[in-house]
Write a protein that binds this ligand. Structure first.
Ligand SMILES: Cc1cc2nc3c(=O)[nH]c(=O)nc-3n(C[C@H](O)[C@H](O)[C@H](O)COP(=O)(O)OP(=O)(O)OC[C@H]3O[C@@H](n4cnc5c(N)ncnc54)[C@H](O)[C@@H]3O)c2cc1C
Ligand code: FES
Length: 281
């Protein structure tokens, strides 16, 4: 069992858990992920590591309540335990002194992006961070990002906070040179940023989130196409070259189980959810 040491709400329906997992904390690195199982017959869901404390023996992850498992997880309180947390899985991010690094994070993935921002800063890079989301309340962890970054820009789809959309990024790249770009967020954000950075030849690293089962290279569910080759998101990634990724295929594959996911969430709600009622907030 993995005890929840702290539970923090970062945004509406976005939670940050810090859990006791000394073996994972001892090895965790930025860019890696965990497989979390909630409930005795629970499904395995991959969540990206967004912090670790080797002294306390804890590891952190943030999740958006989108379906049955994430809604159930959010009902757990500080002091309660999660049935299983496996990790660290996947390859760590490549972190070294690249020079000038642009880090772009969207919505729930802002939390793990900030672990990369911290690592890139500690490696001696000059870091510009862009945080974006549909609406202002999802542009979370602004103060932490400001403290860690040399420059911080905010953007929302509706323009009610910071820039509207990503047009400003195109203007920025006309004036400023970057040696590397790291993007974590919805697939469409990773696709758009990769298209914007490509003409400027800025190596762009994206974290792909295909549906996964084992997370260890055995089931083949997490297939992605990068540079025309079929690769496994879990063991070959989760980070890949954004200029060579087939994002459209990833979007289609991510939607494969949508009817079942909707049904499972609906049945869970109809059966009273986790009984605490918070999941329906
Ligand atoms: C390597 C990796 C790292 C991830 N890191 C995070 C993270 O740090 N925080 C976080 O909130 N989520 C992350 N995800 C996505 C997360 O695993 C899914 O949101 C989760 O499995 C949903 O489970 P559920 O039962 O609550 O919802 P489900 O019923 O499984 O799905 C509900 C909705 O979420 C969508 N969904 C399901 N799986 C994925 C997926 N893999 N990617 C995107 N959308 C999905 C479905 O299309 C559906 O619309 C990651 C995925 C991968 C593969
Ligand atoms: S999740 Fe099974 S091979 Fe990647």
């Amino acid at each position: 069992m993995y005890k929840i040491v702290t539970k923090t709400q970062l945004a509406p329906k976005i939670m940050l858990f810090e859990v006791e997992a000394p073996d994972i904390a001892a090895k965790a690195q930025a860019g890696q992920f965990l497989i979390v199982i909630h409930g005795k017959a629970g499904e395995r869901i991959p969540l990206t590591i967004c912090g670790y404390d080797r002294t306390k023996g804890t590891v952190s992850f943030a999740f958006h309540e989108v379906g049955k498992t994430t809604k159930g997880l959010s009902c757990l309180d500080q002091g309660e335990s999660i049935d299983n947390v496996t990790g660290p899985l996947g390859n760590p991010s490549e972190v070294k002194n690249f020079g000038k690094v642009l880090c772009v994070g969207g919505s729930v993935m802002i939390a793990p992006l900030l672990l990369q921002v911290k690592a890139m800063k500690e490696a001696g890079n000059n870091v510009t961070t862009i945080l974006g989301a549909r609406t202002p309340e999802f542009v979370m962890m602004q103060q932490e990002a400001k403290d860690m970054s040399d420059k911080l820009y905010l953007a929302t789809d509706d323009g009610t906070l910071g820039y509207q959309g990503l047009d400003f990024l195109t203007d920025m790249l006309k004036k400023e040179k970057f040696d590397r770009c790291v993007v974590m967020g919805p697939v469409i954000l990773m696709k758009d940023v990769s298209e914007i950075t490509k003409p400027y030849c800025i190596p762009t690293i994206v974290t792909l989130t295909p549906i996964m089962i084992d997370g260890m290279g055995m089931c083949g569910v997490c297939r992605v196409t990068v540079d025309g080759k079929m690769l496994f998101g879990c063991v070959d990634g989760p980070e890949f070259d954004g200029h060579k990724t087939d994002f459209d295929e990833l979007i289609i594959r991510q939607r494969t189980m949508l009817p079942e996911e909707r049904l499972s969430s609906l049945l869970w709600e109809m059966n009273g959810g986790c009984k605490c009622g918070r999941s329906k907030a």
